[in-house]
Design a protein around this ligand. Structure first.
Ligand code: SAM
Length: 232
């Protein structure tokens, strides 16, 4: 019997955001592959999960991929988690899933639904997600300004992840790029910060308004951010 890889979402802040199924799967599998053992152990402690963990993601790429492939071939049940949210969504894991689907087609890959900053931010934003483009993390340098021009031209809502180090620069770039297309309809942008956590907030307004909000509240330039730009 070939094995199974379960892709298991974990909370993006609030530890209660685990599904019953996610807890059961993490308890039942032979091994849990994680990014950082100490992060995963905090979750395991909360839910009394004692399954063995193995660090799977090294800075330089996937570690131990051949060993994991062999275990799956031998019929083991393995779960993949990341530090927060859904594995493979701007997180490692896609190479493993791709390799399994290419090389071990009899191994089942089962993705559990659950927490993700992407869907949580979109559903809180009030911006239509009937159609949207997700850009993950924007490049730090090359191609960044071109992307802002493309975002400004987009008829669809655009969503991306941003770090605290670049969020102020990003707001300025959005003020610059969006104003040139703001002839009739002003575009809403949303910055969703610290979702599901104590200091959660969803700021919505024009790029200029949102930028001013953070300028006036510099202590809110903290934590994790999702940016959503309304379609044209
Ligand atoms: N796989 C994860 C998911 O499904 O949400 C995303 C992982 S990615 C490495 C981390 C980024 O997601 C952060 O830099 C931030 O942009 C966003 N993020 C994660 N947790 C968040 C939260 N609680 N509030 C806002 N954004 C969050």
């Amino acid at each position: 019997m070939p094995g199974t890889l379960y892709i298991v979402p974990t909370p993006i802040g609030n530890l209660e955001d685990m599904t019953l199924r996610a807890i059961r799967v993490l308890k039942e599998v032979d091994l849990v592959l994680c990014e950082d053992t100490s992060v995963t152990q905090r979750l395991f402690k909360e839910y009394e999960i004692t399954t063995k963990t193995s660090v799977f993601f090294a800075q330089t790429g996937l570690k131990n991929i051949d060993r994991v492939m062999k275990m799956l071939e031998e019929g083991k049940r393995i779960a993949l988690v990341s530090d927060a949210g859904t594995p493979t969504i701007s997180d490692p894991g896609v190479l493993l899933v791709d390799k399994i689907r290419n090389e071990l087609p009899d191994v089942k890959v089962i993705a559990l639904p659950g927490a993700s900053a992407l869907t949580t931010a979109l559903s809180a934003s009030g911006i239509s997600s009937a159609q949207f483009v997700f850009l993950g993390f924007l490049p730090h340098k090359k191609g960044r300004e071109t992307l802002f021009k493309e975002i400004a031209e987009s008829d669809r809502a655009v969503v991306f992840y941003e770090s605290v180090h670049r969020i102020e620069k990003t707001m300025q770039s959005m003020v610059d790029s969006l104003q040139s297309t703001e002839n009739s309809k002003p575009r809403n942008i949303v910055i969703a910060r610290e979702l599901t956590k104590m200091h959660e907030e969803v700021i919505r307004g024009t790029a200029q308004e949102v930028k001013e909000y953070f300028q006036n509240n510099p202590d809110h330039v903290r934590g994790e951010f999702v940016v959503i730009v309304e379609g044209r």
